[in-house]
Design a binder for this molecule. Structure first.
Ligand code: MN
Length: 290
């Protein structure tokens, strides 16, 4: 198997707030472009940040999405969600919410009321996965994926584990259903442990250091909160944990379709974007109370 080289290691950019509840570093498209990161079109990372206690939960009010899926991965803190297609619930620590916006939803995302009253350390990833053109106008959906539902695979020699959210690792499938081939893992490696991962060479592949520091392909330092983007020149790469680590791994087959995006809408053509705004303004995305 040919080894996959590193395209670049990106340090976290200056954070900005999404609403008042998510203090994020943007890695996609910030690191590169939506086209290069295909099928991943957006990734915001709320690195560890302490929110003080409040009776008024922080977050983002009602807003629309069309044409893709939003994937929220909670590492610390709890988020309450509701959308106009009837989806909703709490994303707890270790859980993942996989929302298929597709033809269009309105949703809101806030820190859970009870969690907000105590406040504390918050750490979360939001990833947008593009939908193939043929699926962009399909019915919205919602997958609440708890940590206990994810496949967990122990690595040899007590090195750690691979937790499979989507796709599969050595035949162990994750619970998330996807529209195109996507692998999404949390890899936990103990200090000093080393492992190799492999994906088809043409899959867009990257990793985010959630916890701890690692060395990739024996050469590149990947400190906490850094993003490693791989080239498409081979299948396998190695990770050596310099401390105990948690690493989010993403790899997906590019859709190779035109991308037309504006704010919360990601379509294939400008005409479809105009239509999205019109449909939104006409109330076709349904209704959700503030
Ligand atoms: Mn949203």
């Amino acid at each position: 198997m040919k080894s996959r080289s590193i395209e670049k290691v990106t340090r976290p950019a200056t954070p900005h707030f999404v609403g008042d509840g998510f203090r994020v570093h943007n890695f996609i498209p910030g690191t590169s472009t939506m086209q290069r990161m295909d099928p991943f079109i957006m990734m915001d990372y709320n690195s560890k940040f302490i929110f003080p206690p409040t009776d008024k939960p922080k977050g983002v009010g009602v807003h629309p999405h069309r044409g893709f899926e939003t994937v929220t991965i909670a590492y610390r803190g709890r988020v309450e969600h509701a959308d106009s297609s009837g989806g909703g619930g709490v994303i707890g620590e270790g859980d993942v919410q996989w929302m298929t916006a597709a033809s269009g939803v309105l949703h809101k995302e806030f820190h859970e009321t009870e969690w907000s009253k105590k406040g504390g350390e918050f750490q979360m990833v939001q990833l947008w996965v593009n939908l193939p053109a043929k699926d962009k106008m399909s019915t919205p959906g919602y997958q609440a994926i708890t940590k206990s539902q994810m496949a967990k695979v122990d690595l040899p020699d007590n090195a750690g584990e691979v937790e499979v959210i989507a796709g599969d690792y050595q035949g162990n499938k994750g619970p998330a259903s996807t529209f195109s081939p996507v692998h999404l893992y949390n890899v936990r490696l103990k200090k000093g442990a080393k492992t190799n991962l492999a994906f088809p060479a043409h899959y867009t592949t990257a990793m985010l250091m959630i916890e701890g520091d690692a060395k990739v392909n024996d050469t590149a330092e990947a400190p906490q909160d850094h993003f490693v983007m791989f080239s498409d020149d081979g299948e396998s790469f190695s990770i050596e944990a310099l401390t105990d680590t948690v690493i989010l791994i993403l790899s997906g087959e590019p859709l190779k379709e035109p991308i037309a995006s504006h704010g919360p809408f990601v379509m294939n053509t400008k005409e479809e974007l105009v239509e999205a705004f019109q449909d939104f303004n006409m109330g076709k995305f349904g209704y959700l109370e503030d």
